[in-house]
Design a binder for this molecule. Structure first.
Ligand code: FES
Length: 116
């Protein structure tokens, strides 16, 4: 799995998230209360709004446009039938936060090898 630098840990001294653009998608790097990090797609599955526009913390994001709610840890939409947000792996190297280039779900499916 390939990773790219998304942020420096120092950027989170006074905030709990950062949004980056990764392969054409908005990806949020979220700092949990315990200080660990995770990555999650933050384009709403309804019409693509940035889910972190009004985000103040916690594990639920509410879309500013039409209030679809998402569990940021699992990516599940909590109040509509919808595909889940894509999740990304993160890792720390020194003071850098790296994020996987591909979502966890796409990486798993890329292991597919045809039998013929
Ligand atoms: S764009 Fe997010 S709920 Fe409509």
């Amino acid at each position: 799995m390939d990773f790219v630098k998304a942020a420096n840990i120092d950027e989170f001294s006074d905030k709990n998230h950062k949004v980056i653009k990764l392969v054409g998608r908005l990806v949020g790097i979220i700092k949990r209360d315990d200080g660990s990090f995770f990555g999650i797609e933050v384009s709403c599955k309804h019409q693509g709004a940035d889910l972190l526009t009004d985000y103040r913390g916690g594990m639920v994001a509410i879309c500013p446009r039409h209030q679809w709610k998402y569990d940021l840890e699992s990516g599940e939409c909590l109040n509509h039938d919808s595909l889940p947000l894509r999740r990304y792996k993160t890792k720390i190297e020194g003071s850098d936060i790296l994020v996987s280039l591909l979502p966890i779900e796409d990486e798993a499916s890329s292991d597919y090898e045809p039998l013929f």
